[in-house]
Design a binder for this molecule. Structure first.
Ligand code: GDD
Ligand code: MN
Length: 374
């Protein structure tokens, strides 16, 4: 039998791969070749391909992948320019693959590739639509987590399971295999922002994916470092809120609004310092508060809300100035709406909230058009 011809799902012979392994990479130069060799060793009886989705890594990971692809046509490389983000990379990789089953795994050898044949068998025998490599069920061992990270991960998992009614034990896992046709149906509703693609997938499916979890050992990272920072926590919160509102409110808007909330506190803190400690007049103190808050909001949005299209170099200055302009007009809109609501219904908190909502919606819409435009 030709190497690439294998019995397909329906028992008929099928040409082309049966399994696509999607590997998002960012600065994983030293890991990709090792991973490729391990896939080769662990999948001798499967027609597989591997799709590396690299966000133009400064260490030239894509270059190493291309070299592998030159020698083996089962290796493919998607090199994305001007974009960053784990979820988006995974989605793009799965959509670019052609096999009936798609696995997602990290490049850094923390996921146990020897589980892949078992996962494939479960899908191919139609026992499930999704198989998750899980760290929270019996048989699981972890070498790759420090105490703090393990605690945060467990807490986030509990929150997701309670609030989003996600049934699986480890919705934060970055290691899973899914039927591509089922994934493709759900893909238009998935967020390309953030890290939590599996949680997003399961929450979006509303129980329509039959999932099985298998335990695996989360190994220690061999080379390079983790790209998940503390901003991921906020990112997670945004995703939970977005799914709670059934995607009426986008993850990006929620992040923007959360940053706005933090900005309000920054404003009040600055006002307090200026009035009480430095003792400047109120108007000046209020102006200082506004400028400090707008600046920190801009920085936070650039790092979190728009991390996938982060402004760099000279564009930062231009973006900051535009952000000041947008927010100043937003403030006028805010006060205007609050006044007119108060005029009709003199309830101070209702008018205040209506104004604030108007302000944040305005700032969000205009920032997307003029500051982080794409
Ligand atoms: N293309 C692309 N773009 N790939 C990325 C990006 C990005 O912006 N950020 C990270 N990656 C790649 C990394 O190169 C790695 O292959 C994989 O995504 C996971 O990134 P790590 O930085 O190694 O994440 P981690 O080990 O801290 O987190 C893992 O475990 C978490 C569970 O606690 C990941 O599997 C997470 O998805 C998972 O939630
Ligand atoms: Mn990792």
């Amino acid at each position: 039998m030709n190497e690439a011809i294998k019995p397909g799902v329906d028992g008929q012979t099928q040409e082309g791969p049966e399994l696509s392994v999607i590997v998002p990479t960012f600065n994983e130069r030293d890991n990709v070749t090792v991973l490729y060799r391990r896939l080769e060793a662990t999948l001798p009886n499967v027609a597989w391909e591997v799709v590396f989705v690299d966000d133009n890594s400064p260490d030239g990971t894509w270059d190493v992948v291309r070299e592998l692809a030159q020698k083996d046509s089962r290796v493919r490389c998607i090199r994305r320019i001007g974009r960053r983000g784990l979820s988006g990379a995974c989605i793009e990789g799965i959509l670019a693959s052609s096999a009936p089953y798609a696995a997602v795994m990290d490049a850094d050898l923390q996921h146990d590739e020897t589980q892949l044949p078992k996962m494939l068998l479960l899908l191919a025998s139609d026992k499930a639509d999704l198989v998750v490599g899980s760290r929270y069920i019996e048989g699981y061992k972890s070498e790759g987590f420090n105490k703090q990270r393990a605690g945060a991960s467990a807490l986030a998992t509990e929150v997701a399971r309670k609030i989003l009614r996600v049934e699986i034990a480890d919705p934060m896992s970055g290691f899973f295999m899914v039927r591509r046709d089922r994934f493709e149906q759900l893909a238009p509703k998935l967020s390309v922002h953030g890290f939590k693609i599996l949680l997003d997938l399961v929450a979006t499916a509303h129980g329509s994916l039959r999932a099985i979890e298998i335990p695996y050992t989360f190994g220690a990272r061999q080379h390079g470092e983790s790209k998940l920072d503390s901003l991921v926590a906020l990112d997670f919160l945004g995703l939970v809120l977005a799914k709670l509102t059934n995607d009426i409110v986008s993850l990006r808007f929620i992040l923007f609004a959360m940053v706005g909330g933090i900005g309000l506190m920054v404003h009040l803190a600055t006002l307090f310092i200026a009035l009480q400690l430095i003792r400047v007049p109120f108007a000046e103190a209020q102006a200082a508060g506004a400028i400090v808050a707008m600046t920190t909001n801009f920085i936070m949005n650039n790092f979190l809300t728009y991390r996938d299209q982060r402004l760099k170099g000279f564009a930062i200055l231009r973006g900051l100035i535009m952000f000041y302009v947008v927010c100043s007009v937003g403030l006028l809109a805010n006060v205007g709406v609050a006044f007119s609501v108060y005029d009709q219904e003199p309830i101070w908190w209702l008018a205040g909230m209506a104004g604030a909502l108007m302000g944040v919606v305005w700032n969000y819409a205009m920032s997307g058009l003029f500051v982080w435009r794409k």
